[in-house]
Design a protein around this ligand. Sequence first.
Ligand SMILES: [Cu+2]
Length: 253
Amino acid sequence: MKKIIAKNITLSVITGGILMASQIATAHTRLQIPSIDEGTRVYNNEIIGHGCRNPDTQAVDVTTIATVVVFPDGVDSSITVDGVASDQPLSDFIENWGSPVRKVQNKDVFEMEKQIKDPLGNVVGYWAGIGGRQGSLIGAVPFRTSSFVFTEASCAKSVKAIVAIADICKLTNIAGFNDADIMLWTPAVGSQFDGTDDLNGYNSPASLTINRTSALPEACGEGVEVVVTPSAVQLNRDMPVSINGNQIWPLSN
Ligand SMILES: [Cu+2]
């Protein structure tokens, strides 16, 4: 009897270990609340599920020393409507995109943080660094999204914003991106931050879906699903990290 119990415990420990390893391997960096309602500010967290890959052990436990999060600016972003590319501006669907996000001041994971502004002065994301997410710990980095309002005449029932994230473990140049030094969760839109398809998070970005709560115009029927993705131009402009005008990431060649 004792032997059987001991065996079962050993088995469950092993199974638990395997389960944990696979959960860590698939825990991409995502938003804690990936789906919100129209018309309400939501306090949320960027959840960094794991670090970079240790090339010796293959464990994804290398310290994440910085993170960069960029929402679409809604100016030159690309838009699809029910999966079909559209020329319509984002304002046809959301009337007040402006600054989609604000950082909630916090030093739990990173000691330094700064909001990223687009040329219009809108806050489109943030970076945070120094200190970092360590070992097998999960990092939660707080922010708040704005109260989005659907454009009354639009047929959009939801708008899904694709969010580009870089979790940095070592400062490298762009050519040096590899799983040991960075985890990229960016859309592959042709920016310098696409990464290559052998990287862990290739073309696997985070997202935030905004659901309409106001009435759809009758003529819309079921309504349409809109996806807004940051452009390559925006990511090239907004992802690099500068302190006092000096770019510290990515390193220049
Ligand atoms: Cu992952």
